[in-house]
Design a protein around this ligand. Structure first.
Ligand SMILES: *Cc1c(COP(=O)(O)O)cnc(C)c1O
Length: 392
């Protein structure tokens, strides 16, 4: 079946169990799919956009209410929706970072965090990880001290990943924020892998900004995301336009500069809103996701030669595994080489592992049912046994 011309329908989620690291938390709910059809037209949410003409004031559909609910849910004062977490980083960096300013990132930061610093002319300095691939408050303090010696002033912003994309490890954000604040450094929590997946309380974590990704972790269409701020920081990052046309003397009301006025104007915002009740509910059941993550990780670890590179026992659904001592040994002599694993998984209805990878790779068990999780665990053990690996 085709959408049109050469565009096939996508049926990955209908036909397979998908453990792709970046796709698991962004799978749409049926409610979001309905929203996509109903609000697919361009500026569809603008039917009832009345004075003062801004997205977050629209009452029908209830976008204004959604903004209030989001802020309350995250325990932050103000929220705006943005086209992806990266646009949240960009808004904050563009507000707080001047050319030549040092900016604190971590050894596990995402490229989009780096690029937002680059756009603002900031100079990245990374907090190293410890031997467990975790970012600690001690390391943050040490690195801020080094920056002070090098630049004669503290960094103008510190990024910290709640859960990093490389290992799916949970970092000590609260302690890191405390250290950063003792140097008056504002803290941005990168919740791309946590907001919409697990409960996030920005106030308890003591951060200035929370950034989330709709399409990565909130069952929303791309590109979508959110930027939340404390009231103190909201004033600057959500500042309104002051510019004026020299001939027409036009001014532009309360459009926010960093957001270019309005952001998500159709399917993205309504999709995010339609999934929100389900998302609010699912974060309360993160323990179920952890159980699935542990079941599958333990099945892999029961295959001789396999090692887990993420923190263990698992506390998140995203995991980095090292199968150089197991599946990669099979690949050396298998007629399909490194592709045997993906091909064996496919036979069992499982997709999302990068084709050809049998060395170090990642999987995300988020959103599986109990039966699906058991099936994935059994599949890995079966594939190992059938290929002569020892399974204990
Ligand atoms: C995916 C990801 C991002 C980028 O998110 P977008 O919403 O696609 O901009 C940023 N940081 C981390 C840690 C991520 O995993």
């Amino acid at each position: 079946m085709k959408c049109s011309g050469d565009i096939d329908v996508r049926e990955v989620e209908e036909l397979s169990i998908n453990i792709d690291p970046i796709q698991a938390g962004g799978r749409l709910t049926p409610e979001a799919m309905k929203a996509c059809i109903a609000y697919g037209d361009g500026y569809s949410v603008c039917d009832y956009c009345l004075k003062p003409f801004r997205l977050d004031y629209i009452k029908k559909p209830p976008i204004a209410e959604f903004h209030r609910d989001l802020a309350e849910w995250l325990h932050m004062d103000e929220v705006r929706v943005v086209p992806g977490a990266r646009r949240g980083f960009q808004a904050v960096a563009s507000t707080l970072v001047e050319k030549g300013d040092p900016v604190m990132l971590t050894a596990l930061s995402h490229y989009t965090e780096f690029v937002s610093v680059e756009q603002s002319g900031g100079i990245p300095r990374e907090i190293p990880t410890d031997e467990h691939n975790r970012v600690t408050a001690d390391a943050a303090g040490m690195r801020i001290e080094e920056v002070m010696r090098e630049f004669g002033r503290p960094p103008s912003l510190l990024f910290v990943e709640h859960v990093d994309y490389q290992f799916g490890n949970i970092h000590e954000v609260k302690e890191i924020a405390r250290v950063a604040h003792s140097y008056d450094v504002p803290v941005l929590l990168n919740g791309a892998y946590s907001v919409g997946i697990m409960e996030v309380d920005g106030s308890a974590l003591g951060v200035d900004f929370v950034v989330g990704s709709g399409h990565k972790s909130m069952a929303a269409p791309a590109p979508s995301g959110l930027l939340a701020a404390t009231s103190e920081r909201a004033e600057s990052v959500f500042r309104t336009t002051k510019v004026k046309g020299d001939l027409t003397e036009r001014t532009f009301g309360i459009k926010e500069v960093e957001l270019m006025g309005c952001t998500l104007m159709g399917v993205t915002i309504v999709g995010m809103m339609a999934s929100f009740p389900a998302v609010q509910e699912r974060v309360k059941h993160f323990d179920r996701e952890i159980a699935h993550s542990r079941l599958i990780t333990d099945a892999l670890l029961s295959i001789e030669g396999t090692e887990v590179q993420s923190e263990y026992p698992r506390r998140h659904s995203l995991t980095r595994i090292d199968t150089r001592g197991s599946f990669d040994k099979v690949a050396e002599t298998h007629k399909k080489r490194g592709f045997f694993l993906q091909s064996e998984l496919k036979k069992r209805g499982i997709t999302g592992v990068i084709p050809g990878s049998t060395r170090v790779w990642k999987y995300n068990t988020y959103g599986l049912t109990d039966a699906q999780a058991q099936h994935v665990a059994d599949a890995f053990r079966e594939i190992a046994a059938e290929n002569g690996l020892n399974v204990t």
